[in-house]
Design a protein around this ligand. Sequence first.
Ligand code: 9MR
Length: 456
Amino acid sequence: MRNAQWKAASRAALALTGASALAAGMAMVLAAPAAAGTTLGASAAEQGRYFGAAVAANKLSDSAYTTILNREFNSVTPENEMKIDATEPQQGQFSYGAADQIVNHARSRGMQVRGHTLAWHSQQPGWMQNMSGTALRQAMLNHVTQVATHFRGQVVAWDVVNEAFADGSSGARRDSNLQRTGNDWIEAAFRAARAADPGAKLCYNDYNTDDWTHAKTQAVYTMVRDFKQRGVPIDCVGLQSHFNSGSPYPGNYRTTLSSFAALGVDVQITELDIEGASAATYRSVVQDCLAVARCNGITVWGIRDSDSWRASQTPLLFTSGGAKKPAYDAVLAALNNGTTPPPTTPPPTTPPPTTPPPGPGGCTATVSVNQWTGGFVATVKVTAGSSAISSWAVTITLPSGATVTNAWNANRSADAGTTRWTNVAYNGQVGAGQSAEFGFQANGTAGGLTPACAAG
Ligand code: 9MR
């Protein structure tokens, strides 16, 4: 997650509303500091979240559409333009025009971009539909690598793999040409995506995974848990959350969000729409997300009802004429009333470590840096001494101007200055002489980083 980016968007939005806040007087600002937002994006940013919409490139010339998009949202997901058939229509010939158009529109206005999607059984170009076996596996991995490389540094989170599980009670993988290349196709796709863009959050995305009791939800949960245990690079789970009479909002939705989050991944609501757009149901979805620290953003699947893939269900927050619906008011109020602090790392409960104690019980940390103009990725290796350790903390002082935008496999105390990194649930235990790894991406210049490790 890129809190800094959201905070910047929030600041921009606050600047726009600054005049009215000043007119209302300082007392109001002091009394209700969190309820400043007047748009979905600004209010979500106040909660450390984003609020996004699926966007179609061919609508960017519709000013009624872009007026709402630019005013309300601080995240964008291309609805179809990054899919395999759009980005690699002929094998080895990549086409990014429509996707770049959306990315440029978003980023030039301070909105972040979710990438959707690198590997999927659907919307494959003809050449891929006709492939199988090793050739298909290689073609899929090349596609992931090429597309993630093209958008490197521009996409905050990727839906690396979409909809790979079957509906119904089997809990099995969905049969597809990709699945038939071998059960490890999903983790292979994630590893290729990490290598191509180490700064992007990598998500698994699916639908009908909202009800905690459903076999499909449990199957995805089991896969994510396995990936975390084995070190497959996964950072987030996307719940599409298309709700309708056949697949209603479940009362245990918050349990689903918090259960995934407890695995050590972010949770994102990626394609929200609700048949009939009940204000109460939209409110519940937002409140559920705000109640889970690692639920860091919500995307609605379209802007106006007429933009929806299910237009006849009128499932979105704006009428076809562009007016705010009651569901919009409910969402905005829920975002402004949310009391959950943003999903940052809780402050450390133990005092900062001093010099690492060598020998038994101790640990050492080394860092390798991949620097480019304006940013870097640091990979930190924590190695236990001659005894096993059960937890670790690494302190790294960042040079002035360096700000962390994204991190994996560790919690952090701060984004700049002296940062303290502590293990997450699954990598605190390190055997004697063994190592664990975490990493982060930052703006600025790394300079010489000197990590200090303390073991628990
Ligand atoms: O909204 C998208 C619609 O315009 C496309 O025709 C359709 C084709 O598959 O995909 C829709 O988006 C889907 C998304 O990519 C994945 N989850 C389900 C979405 C709704 O079908």
